[in-house]
Design a protein around this ligand. Sequence first.
Ligand code: F6R
Length: 246
Amino acid sequence: MRIYCEKDYDAMSRRAASVIAAQVVSKPDCVLGLATGSSPVGTYQQLIKWYEQGDLSFREVRSVNLDEYYGLAPDHDQSYRYFMQTNLFDHVDILPENTSVPDGLAKDPAAEGARYEQVAAGLGYADLQLLGMGRNGHIGFNEPCDHFPLATHLVDLTESTIEANARFFASADDVPRQALTMGIGTIMRARKILVVVSGADKADAVWKAFRGPITPDVPASILQLHPDVTLVGDESALAKLTEDKG
Ligand code: F6R
């Protein structure tokens, strides 16, 4: 595993963007697995800058997002489809038909999970999967539980995730209680994984994920078994890992 410890969020974002840009430059028609949340916003801003300067093109890139709130329409301002449009897709030359996000309004979530898994499989899964990490160690919306879910599925969000995400909604009551998420199996099929973490409130989860036992109680701990993981964090998120070196 490669670890980049950067001084702050901006430096973390530039580093993460450079890993994604390297992927896109070396394979212009690559499949990018994309994430939402606060962690990748700066990364997307940097990618947009390079696109605007003419240094990067997404013309041939295909993308497949990790997850979507169940019950939110694509044009709801807290849906992950809306997030991707406003934070990246609308500002670069990726073709709309080459982007995929689970359908939060699907009537039959099990069928939507199966369909979405087929979309990811049809693309050959991600060349590079970008991940943020929850304070409880979740990746995608795979919450701590007693097993590692394999494929895209409907999940009940934990209180900790609802509380963490309430900042984006009028109140915690407005946070959807369920989401469709790629499974741990879907994520692990990516050829490369890039994790971005910032802030002291992630430090425990980062330590547990990369130094603790591999357990579905800390879903990100499965990444210890992936052969190509790059972890990019700011100093406070990586504080416990770096303490641990000596
Ligand atoms: C987002 C996702 C989540 C977030 C995680 C961290 O698509 O799948 O796992 O990456 O909740 O969120 P932030 O970055 O907001 O701390």
